[in-house]
Design a protein around this ligand. Structure first.
Ligand SMILES: [Zn+2]
Length: 340
């Protein structure tokens, strides 16, 4: 007799790959666009994930354009507070107990009075949302690899300055095909010296070499995506051995055309190679799936058993920047889920 599958929304997990604007509820975007008179393209209002093929540069550009339009609807501190509170509520509903949200404050600075005020508004919003929802909430400051490496250094210094106010890590996002990871090595050195975790994107739009660059040049402790490491068994071995976690976002990979179908995302390959993973939603606003849906996908399309799904949740918790006491509590919650 088989038992009914356990509810994945009740499985305690850590959510380590979620972008700021990309976390917005569609309804909120529509409301804010109305408030500011921003015209939204249908791709952002239809409720269906837009068809994008980010594997070619035009598709990626289109994705970035949609993201920019959504971002332009976040202008006032109240918008920021609302975004963070709702992202926290959505995460809690999906069983997330710890969220590390990723933001490049540069994008919000023009409306909020500059880089420092922007980051302060964000960190205040994070603190209140955490208090109101009970979710552990921290921030990764992410530099944009389309910009100058000096901008990244400025951001890294800023991130370090706010390390005791909720910034736990430093990231690098946008088109991996542009620039080299090593152009950003100084920024990452500043971040690491300041005690921040190195978590750049790699191995999404380009193959294993971009993951190796993140390890060699940026001393990544976690890799944003990293899925394409699956193409190189030696690299998988290296990730497994050094315990570097890949923040894998399966629904995003399919929406952006990195893989054609959910079953093509190499979750099994990484899992069986012993590479720790933290499943993430990336940009639910654009891809339509939040955190629990990523675990559902592992269950439905890759046959992950409840024991294996629990192990994925443990891997996400271990890779988080949560204090040891919080990790222990969440890990015992995972055991409780399995025992229930
Ligand atoms: Zn991302």
């Amino acid at each position: 007799m088989g038992r009914r599958p356990r509810d994945l929304r009740l499985l305690p997990k850590a959510h380590l790959h979620l972008h700021f604007t990309g976390s917005m509820r569609s309804a909120t975007l529509i409301e804010l666009a109305g408030k500011y008179g921003v015209h939204l393209p249908e791709a952002l209002t239809s409720g269906e994930p837009p068809k994008l093929s980010a594997t070619d540069e035009r598709g990626w550009f289109r994705f970035q354009r949609l993201y920019d339009i959504a971002r332009s609807c976040l202008r006032e501190p109240d918008d920021i507070r609302r975004l963070v509170r709702e992202a926290a509520e959505e995460d809690v509903r999906d069983g997330s107990r710890w969220l590390e949200i990723q933001v490049d404050p540069t994008s919000y600075a023009p409306h909020l009075g500059g880089l420092i005020p922007a980051l302060e508004v964000i960190l205040d919003a994070v603190e209140s949302a955490s208090r109101e929802t009970g979710l552990g909430l921290r921030v990764l400051v992410a530099a944009n690899r389309m910009k100058h490496p000096l901008d990244a250094r400025t951001l890294a210094r800023l991130a370090v300055r706010y390390a005791d106010r909720g910034v736990v890590g430093f990231g690098l996002s946008n088109d991996e095909r542009r620039g080299m990871a090593r152009d950003f090595d100084r920024a990452f050195a500043i971040a690491r010296d300041g005690g921040l975790l190195s978590a750049p994107h790699g191995g999404e739009l380009t193959g294993p070499s971009s993951v190796r660059d993140c390890l060699d040049d940026l001393r990544a402790a976690r890799i944003g995506h990293g899925v394409r490491a699956a193409e190189d068994p030696r690299l998988l071995g290296r990730l497994a051995e050094s315990g570097v976690t890949c923040e894998v976002c399966p629904a995003s990979n399919v929406a952006l055309g990195v893989y054609a179908k959910p079953e093509d995302v190499p979750l099994r390959t990484l899992f069986d190679a012993g590479v720790p993973m933290a499943l993430g939603a990336d940009d639910p606003l654009l891809f339509g799936a939040r955190l629990a849906a990523q675990y559902e996908l592992a269950r439905t399309h890759h046959g992950f058993t409840d024991e294996e799904l629990a192990e994925l949740a443990r891997q996400s918790i271990r890779a988080s920047a949560a204090p040891e006491g919080v990790k222990a509590e969440l890990l015992s919650g995972v055991d409780g889920w399995l025992a229930g």
